[in-house]
Design a protein around this ligand. Structure first.
Ligand code: TMP
Length: 219
């Protein structure tokens, strides 16, 4: 994968992850890296169309999972893998951990099926194994606080309008993923102030080798 770097941000709706994307992009660019900033569901014209359906249309959890992974396949093939092959930094707002958290835990869907889809979509890379982020920043926030932050922010989509109990399950899903893949995950305490959260993000990127401690090339 040359020295491309694949970073993802995860967390329940309202955890504040997306507000740090600008600063992360600027940080890597200041170190001379080319940054591809993207999101899921989405990131390609086709995947953005699927995003609209996933976020707005009622559907059963299998349909939702198939659409999320269809969007992901297009995104991986057209955007993520080429960027990593070029040596770019891919900064992705959500990836497969969100599927295990939202569809798996939140909607109580079969995680064996999700694992199979993950293999199909992120596998097939021979010795390189399953495509996974190098580092995943998990913005962890109590669902009650996230709901307060979201209240009145904008018209809620299908997921944002779920009850707090749904987000308790999603949060538990993220916690389980973090335990299962501890070397990849960094827990960010998103209850702190914005500046403190940013400090945690920078520290985590350095600690996980994604960013050199002082000026010079990131990995
Ligand atoms: P965003 O608002 O952070 O862009 O995320 C879009 C919504 O889609 C968010 O509520 C989480 C949800 N989602 C899933 O349910 N499954 C997935 O695999 C992904 C990537 C997002």
């Amino acid at each position: 994968m040359s020295d491309g770097l694949f970073l993802t941000l995860e967390g329940i709706d309202g955890a504040g992850k997306s507000s740090h994307l600008d600063a992360m992009e600027a940080l890597f660019k200041a170190r001379g890296r080319t940054v591809v900033r993207t999101r899921e569901p989405g990131g390609t014209p086709l995947a953005e169309i699927l995003r609209g359906l996933i976020l707005e249309q009622p559907m059963d959890p299998l349909t939702e999972s198939l659409l999320v992974f269809a969007a992901r396949r297009d995104h991986v093939v057209r955007v993520i893998e080429p960027a990593l092959a070029r040596g770019d930094v891919v900064l992705c707002d959500r990836f497969t951990d969100a599927t295990f958290a939202y569809q798996g835990a939140g909607r109580d869907f079969d995680t064996q099926v999700l694992s199979t889809l993950e293999q199909w979509v992120q596998g097939g890379r021979g010795a390189a194994g399953l495509l996974q982020p190098h580092v995943t920043l998990w913005f962890d926030l109590a669902p009650e606080i996230a709901a307060q932050r979201l209240a009145g922010a904008r018209l809620p989509d299908k997921f944002e309008s779920q009850p707090v109990e749904f987000f308790r399950r999603v949060a538990a899903g993220y916690a389980a993923r973090a335990v299962a893949d501890a070397p990849r995950f960094v827990r960010i305490d998103a209850s702190q102030t914005r500046d403190q959260v940013w400090q945690q993000v920078e520290t985590a990127l350095v600690a996980r080798g994604a960013l050199a401690p002082e000026s010079g090339a990131a990995r």
